[in-house]
Design a protein around this ligand. Structure first.
Ligand code: NAD
Length: 298
């Protein structure tokens, strides 16, 4: 069993921490929000005063933060991880950030003799609680192998996909596919409802065929029940799609569909849906056609 540092105790970080402790690891934690630190400490973790303080006490530091600026601040900023980290220690950044930021932070760490892998996740809060996250890792093979046992405590699929930044590149691919799937679902079911067909019948008729998907299975029941409680907030998906567009620009890779869904999600945010589950993307299409995709009570 190891002592592990954990920084970022949000919706995802708290259950991931709980699973590390359940597996017998000692966890030293930090978050800017005192209340979430207190909650995790009540469950057996030890609080530190800063990211540097966390890093000075461990050899492995997990970060689970909102986006690129927070990861840069926590690792490279004042009282950051690199101010306290021992030489040879390893940062496991599990946040979803821009691949270019992952490389930048990795290089800053390397200059101080600290290693880093990027290991973003998919599977959401339920996956974090059940320890069934899919974890896509970028980094050196030896560093991956040193961390894989800890990652397997938090996820059921842990795959090395390439060098540093590749984990986040794969996560962006995932986020593009999920957002566009929900948009396609919204557009198609809007057409069906406008034609007078029961949307639940459409779902049941096609979910086993080529159009079926995990996204369809997870999101259609939520839409039919008009349940847009997150789950995964539109605000966070906007962040990932912005990172995808930035990465496309850096790589000279046009992403026309991603650009369109970025605008659709922005319009939904303006209408007050930023904190809704991303299944609420369907409401954009409903409003265009003036219909609602809902369960018909017979
Ligand atoms: P969250 O906003 O609930 O948690 C982030 C935590 O980081 C908060 O507790 C916040 O206080 C803390 N934080 C922010 N700045 C900090 C700083 N400078 N120093 C220390 N702590 C700081 O977010 P989340 O839902 O837990 O997501 C975390 C990451 O995982 C994001 O990148 C997100 O895109 C990704 N992700 C989320 C989900 C999901 O369903 N929620 C699914 C997959 C991936």
């Amino acid at each position: 069993m190891e002592t592990i540092g954990f920084i970022g105790l949000g919706i995802m970080g708290r259950p991931m921490c709980a699973n590390l402790m359940k597996a017998g690891h000692k966890v030293i934690v930090y978050d800017v929000v005192r209340a979430v630190v207190d909650e995790v400490v009540a469950n057996g973790a030890v609080a530190a005063n800063s990211p540097a303080d966390v890093a000075s006490q461990v050899n492995k530091i997990v970060t689970m933060l909102p986006d690129s600026p927070q990861v840069k601040e926590v690792v490279m900023g004042k009282s950051g991880v690199l101010e306290g980290a021992k030489k040879g220690s390893i940062i496991i950044d599990m946040s979803s950030i821009a691949p270019s930021t992952a490389k930048e932070v990795h290089d800053a760490a390397k200059a101080k003799g600290v290693r880093m892998i990027d290991a973003p996740v998919s599977g959401g809060q339920p996956g974090a609680i059940a320890a069934t996250l899919s974890i896509m890792v970028g980094g050196e093979k030896a560093d991956f192998e040193e961390c894989v046992d800890i990652l397997k405590v938090m996820g059921s699929s842990v795959v090395l996909v390439g060098s540093i930044g590749a984990g986040n590149t794969v996560k962006l691919c995932n986020q593009i596919i999920v957002a566009l799937n929900i948009a396609a679902l919204g557009e198609a079911l809007t057409l069906g409802v406008k034609a007078g067909v029961d949307p639940e019948a459409i779902f049941n008729a096609i979910k086993g065929g080529l159009a079926g998907s995990s996204v369809m299975n997870a999101k259609t029941p939520m839409v039919l029940d008009r349940n847009f409680k997150p789950g995964f907030r539109i605000d966070l998906h906007i962040k990932d799609i912005a990172n995808a567009l930035q990465t496309g620009k850096e790589l000279n890779a046009p992403l026309p569909m991603t650009g369109l869904i970025a605008q659709i999600m922005q319009a939904l945010k303006v209408k007050g849906h930023g904190s809704s589950d991303h299944s609420a993307i369907v409401t954009f299409f409903e409003q265009l056609a003036d219909v609602e995709i809902k369960r018909i009570v017979h």
